[in-house]
Design a protein around this ligand. Structure first.
Ligand SMILES: Cc1cc2nc3c(=O)[nH]c(=O)nc-3n(C[C@H](O)[C@H](O)[C@H](O)COP(=O)(O)OP(=O)(O)OC[C@H]3O[C@@H](n4cnc5c(N)ncnc54)[C@H](O)[C@@H]3O)c2cc1C
Length: 507
């Protein structure tokens, strides 16, 4: 290996050739680096466009932002924390945790911050990746794209939007310099972010208009603060931490089973409807916030303060989408008009067109986003892409299980790093997923998704692309996903060995 490296470095006097480059220093990129280190890799870097780690938890700073999976599971298996101040941590704590993990595991010095990947191209003649970044060229034999599944905030283009003279921002780009106190505010959307920030801003604003196109299922959040005593007990008795993590994982497995077998969740929906009766007095408002699709079709939301905020004196729920803006007047689909000072977009993210597709070119020289233009991406186990050799994507298509994304990323990274090790240890110069493997895998995935609540629950969720194809969910259990990811089968890949290539050149 040392010899190879010397050869490669000589071949490219300008840039060294790394064993591996990781793009992105969010949860997935940091885990990739820690796991690579554990496998003895020393010759790799992380390229990160921002000036600090954290990804999602660096970008999303809206009031009330936090995880909706208990922190005992929304944390790395190799870095459990006894510091969480509550069962479901808020964004500042999650960000601090990620910074601490990055420092403690010695990853921070390996990160090239403020380095934006502009283009990644596979160089067929040298069997390596050429990454052009805002800070110059990087070369590597392998690449892990850990650029994030939920990053591209979306704002609808509406007639008259350009005539709005007030303040306007998306929840993922919260303007903390703008004081909402005493302002008339329109919140557009009632998804996972909006149900977290609506209760936080409601007491401060003069009037709050919440535009709701679809009423989400909002279940009580079993959240509690953790006292100093509890934290020190957890710290001293790691078995409690492990046991709690297992218990949370077990309860999410039950939810997942329900999502695959919707009848199982019927009693939960009935209970949720009963609860709604207790939580919302006004029958008109209650009807408006009662979901009209099967529980689980969209991501289930958890909050204890959302319905109280909707019932506050200064809040009006508008059970319609926003369709037009006329100066400072926002106009709902039913024609209702309100004058506001601020529009806050809680309209979520475009997840079916991952931005990394615009940066990566496959071995045929095609830009991935051009291939994904008319449909969403397809991959093998959410990681291996057609015609993209020696590179893997973390949290790619069809691996979403109702669980912690950290658990999913870790499982995928075990698979990916197994693949990288095979490349390194077996003298492989090029490893590409077989097209037939991707095709058969995705046919099966799509067939099994048909019966799930995601496809047949009567909602339009972000799991479905513009053609109605479910590009996000994994149709089976987490256990099944982990099993598939536990072994990297070389026979699923077309493999060219360094020796073969050398022989071909010599001939
Ligand atoms: C508001 C919000 C709340 C969420 N809550 C939960 C939750 O409760 N539970 C859960 O399981 N999941 C949740 N998620 C999903 C969340 O995205 C994942 O849990 C996780 O943070 C993904 O981590 P990641 O490292 O894969 O991606 P990201 O966190 O998106 O990190 C990607 C990194 O790549 C960098 N990058 C991207 N492009 C480039 C480029 N061209 N060049 C260089 N660097 C680049 C980015 O700057 C970023 O740092 C939430 C998502 C959002 C948006």
């Amino acid at each position: 290996m040392a010899e190879n490296k010397a050869q490669n470095k000589a071949a490219s006097p300008v840039s060294p050739v790394y064993d591996s480059l990781i793009v992105g220093a969010g949860i997935s990129g940091l885990a990739a680096a820690i796991k690579l280190r554990k496998e003895g890799y020393t010759d790799f870097k992380i390229i990160e466009k921002a000036s600090q780690v954290g990804g999602t938890w660096r970008e999303n700073t809206y009031p009330g932002c936090g995880c909706d999976v208990p922190s005992s599971l929304y944390s790395y298996s190799f870095a459990l924390s006894s510091k969480w101040s509550r069962l479901f941590a808020k964004q500042p704590e999650i960000l601090a945790y990620l910074k601490e993990v990055s420092d403690d595991f010695g990853i921070t010095p390996l990160i090239e911050f403020n380095t934006d990947l502009e283009q990644a191209r596979w160089d067929d003649s040298r069997d390596l990746w050429v990454l052009n970044t805002s800070k110059g060229e990087y070369l590597a034999r392998t690449v892990v794209f850990a650029t994030g599944p939920i990053t591209e905030s979306q704002i609808p283009s509406l007639p008259g939007l350009e005539t709005f003279k007030g303040e306007m921002f998306h929840s993922a780009k919260w303007n903390h310099d703008y004081d909402l106190t005493g302002k008339r505010v329109a919140v557009i959307g009632t998804g996972a972010s909006a149900i977290q920030f609506v209760p936080e801003i409601q007491p401060r604003v003069k009037e709050l208009f919440v535009f709701q196109r679809t009423a989400p299922w909002v279940l009580p959040k079993p959240d509690l603060p953790l006292s100093e005593t509890s934290k020190s007990v957890i710290e001293r008795l790691p078995a409690i931490q492990h046991g709690w993590r297992k218990a949370v994982a077990g309860s999410l497995n039950v939810i997942n089973f329900g999502l695959r077998n919707p009848n199982v969740l019927k009693p939960v929906s009935s209970a949720a409807r009963q609860l709604l009766r207790l939580q919302v007095d006004d029958p008109v408002l209650r009807k408006a916030v009662t979901p009209d699709f099967t529980l689980g079709c969209k991501r289930i939301l958890f909050a204890n303060n959302y319905y109280p905020a909707l019932q506050a004196e200064n809040t009006s729920l508008i059970p319609h989408g926003l369709v037009e803006v006329d100066g400072n007047t926002v106009i709902a689909a039913n024609g209702e008009r309100h004058e506001v000072d601020v529009i806050i977009w809680g309209t979520g993210f475009d997840v079916s067109h991952p931005p990394i597709g615009r940066k990566v070119f496959n071995a045929k020289g095609e830009r991935l986003s051009d291939l994904w233009k008319d449909s969403s991406p397809e991959a093998y186990l959410g990681a291996a892409l057609a015609d993209v050799p020696n590179a893997f994507l973390v949290l790619g298509p069809n691996v979403l299980v109702y669980d912690s994304f950290i658990v999913l990323a870790e499982a995928q990274l075990d698979y990916i790093i197994d693949g990288l090790k095979k490349i390194r240890d077996r003298g492989i110069s090029r490893l590409t997923i077989r097209p037939s493997v991707i095709e058969q895998h995705n046919q099966k995935v799509q067939k099994h998704l048909k019966g799930t609540v995601f496809n047949s629950g009567g909602c339009k969720s972000y799991y479905l692309d513009q053609n109605g194809r479910n590009f996000a969910a994994w149709p089976w259990s987490l256990k099944a996903l982990k099993k598939r990811l536990s072994r990297f089968r070389l026979k699923d890949y077309e493999v060219v060995y360094q020796q073969q290539k050398a022989n071909r050149k010599a001939a």
